[in-house]
Design a protein around this ligand. Structure first.
Ligand code: ADP
Length: 413
C-alpha cells in the first residue's frame, strides 16, 4: 500500500488532469487539494493496516476468549462523478487495509482516474484480483454489484434515490452490509458577532466550491438580522469576482457543470426559484459561449418550503436566509430531510457549543468549512445515509468480528 501511495503521488498531475478532462474539475484545485488529500487518506490507511487488534475477553463460567477482526470479504464500491479520484482513494484505502478484495465501479461520467489508479496499483505490486475496476452504467454494472450473491458489502456514495435502490437490492439478494453517503442541504449559520468579510468568503467557498457539485456544500446560508444587509451586499459583490471558465486555466475558480443533464437540472432549479418568488440577488444565467457554465447564483427572500431551499441542487446555487434567534436558526437548519454537514460562524463559545450539539448532521464545522482530515469520520444523519468515511470508523466497516472461546481448564464444556 505504501508503494501504491508513492506512485499515486508521483502521478498527481496526470490524475488531476484526467478528472478535469472528464467532469470539468479545476486542474489547479485538483493538484493543490483533492488529489493530495486523497493521497493523505490512502497513506493513513496504509499505516493503519497493521494496527487492527482484537480484544481478550474474560468470560464467565471458566471460559476465556478473544475477538478476531477479519476482512468482511469482497467489497463493492459504487462511486459518483463529483470527486472521482478522491472517492476512489477514500474507499479503496480502508477496504484494502482491512484485507478485502474489491470491485470498484466509477461513475459513467468519470472512469479515467480510477482506471489509471488501478494501473498504478498493479505497478506497485498489488496482486491481480484485489482492486477490480468495472466501468459501466448504474442500472447495469452498478446494480450487478448491489444484487450480487458473492459481494459481501457495498459502499455507495451518490443520490438518495439510488441509495434506496442499492439497499433494496442488498436486501433481496444476500443481505450484504450497506453503507450509504447520500445527498445534503447543509446549513451555514452566521451570527451577528462575526467579521462579515471573512464570513462572506467562507460562505462563498462552502457554497460554490467544486461548482456546487459537492454533497456537503453550504447551500443554505442563515445570517442573523444584525449583519444581514451588510452580508448580502458583500456576498453579491464578491461572488461576481469568481472567475468561471476553462478548468485548465490557472485563473479559473469555477469550471463547467459535469454534463448536460446536470447543467439543465441546475438551470431548472434557478427557474423554480424565480417562479416561486425568491429574489435573484446575483447570477442565474448560463455564461460563456460554449460549455456547461453557470454563473454563481444567490437567492434571497427564500422561504423554507421553496424547492431551492429543500432540494439538493448540486450546482452553484445558494440561498441566503435571515434569522433572529439562536433557537430559530437551529430549528430551521434542522428542518431538512438531510443531515450531512453544517457550519457555524461565531466568536461566542456558548453559541458554538449549543448549536453544534443541536444540529443533526454528521460533521459540524465551527469557524471553518470543508475542513476534512483522514482521521476525522464523516457521514450522514437522517436521509443523508449511514456509515462513515475516514478515520478508523471507515476501516471497521470492512471488518467483521469473530469471537473465539475456549475453557480455561478442562471443564464440562
Ligand atoms: P448522481 O445523481 O450524483 O449522478 P447517482 O446516484 O445517479 O449520482 O450515481 C452515483 C453512482 O451510482 C454512479 O456510479 C452510478 O452509475 C451508480 N448508479 C446509478 N444507478 C444505479 C443503480 N440502480 N444501481 C447501482 N448503482 C447505480
Amino acid at each position: 500500500m505504501m508503494k501504491f501511495v508513492d506512485l499515486v503521488e508521483q502521478h498527481l498531475d496526470e490524475i488531476a488532469a484526467l478528472d478535469a478532462l472528464d467532469v470539468g474539475k479545476v486542474l489547479s484545485q485538483g493538484k493543490a487539494r483533492e488529489v493530495p488529500f486523497g493521497i493523505s487518506v490512502l497513506r493513513y490507511y496504509a499505516g493503519a493496516a497493521d494496527k487492527i487488534h482484537g480484544k481478550t475477553l474474560k468470560l464467565a463460567n471458566q471460559l476465556q476468549g478473544y475477538t478476531l477482526y477479519e476482512p468482511i470479504g469482497v467489497v463493492g464500491h459504487i462511486i459518483p462523478w463529483n470527486f472521482p479520484v478522491g472517492m476512489f482513494l477514500f474507499k479503496v484505502g480502508p477496504s484494502m487495509a482491512a484485507g478485502c478484495t474489491m470491485v470498484v465501479k466509477p461513475a459513467e461520467q468519470s472512469p479515467l482516474s480510477a482506471l489509471y489508479c488501478a494501473h498504478l496499483a498493479k505497478l506497485a505490486g498489488v496482486p491481480d484480483g484485489v482492486i477490480n475496476v468495472v466501468t459501466g452504467y448504474g442500472p447495469t454494472a452498478g446494480a450487478a454489484i448491489s444484487s450480487h450473491m458473492d459481494i459481501d458489502c457495498v459502499s455507495f456514495t451518490g443520490s438518495s434515490e439510488v441509495g434506496r435502490l442499492i439497499m433494496q437490492a442488498a436486501a433481496t439478494s444476500n443481505l450484504k452490509s450497506v453503507s450509504l453517503e447520500l445527498g445534503g442541504k447543509s446549513p451555514l449559520i452566521v451570527f451577528d458577532d462575526v467579521d462579515v468579510d471573512s464570513a462572506v468568503n467562507l460562505a462563498l467557498m462552502g457554497g460554490f466550491a467544486n461548482k456546487g457539485e459537492y454533497c456537503v456544500c453550504s447551500s443554505r446560508i442563515f445570517v442573523q438580522e444584525g449583519i444581514y444587509d451588510e452580508f448580502v451586499t458583500k456576498i453579491a459583490r464578491n461572488s461576481k469576482g469568481l472567475t468561471v471558465g476553462d478548468p485548465f486555466e490557472p485563473s479559473t475558480v469555477q469550471g463547467p457543470q459535469a454534463d448536460k443533464a446536470q447543467y439543465e437540472k441546475v438551470l431548472s432549479y434557478i427557474e423554480h426559484g424565480k417562479r416561486q418568488g425568491a429574489t435573484l440577488l446575483t447570477g442565474g444565467n448560463p455564461c460563456r459561449e460554449k460549455g456547461y457554465y453557470i454563473e454563481p447564483t444567490i437567492f434571497t427572500d427564500v422561504k423554507d418550503d421553496m424547492l431551492i431551499a429543500t432540494d439538493e441542487i448540486f450546482g452553484p446555487v445558494m440561498c441566503v436566509i435571515k434569522f433572529k434567534t439562536i433557537e430559530e436558526a437551529i430549528a430551521r437548519a434542522n428542518s431538512t430531510r438531510y443531515g450531512l454537514a453544517a457550519g457555524i460562524v461565531t466568536k461566542d463559545l456558548n453559541i458554538a457549543n449549543t448549536v453544534s450539539r443541536s444540529i443533526r448532521a454528521g460533521i459540524v464545522w465551527i469557524n471553518c468549512y470543508l475542513a476534512f482530515d483522514a482521521d476525522c469520520p464523516y457521514g450522514g444523519y437522517k436521509m443523508s445515509g449511514f456509515g462513515r468515511e475516514f478515520g478508523m470508523e471507515a476501516l471497521y466497516k470492512y471488518l467483521q468480528v469473530k469471537s473465539v472461546v475456549t475453557p480455561v481448564h478442562n471443564s464440562p464444556w
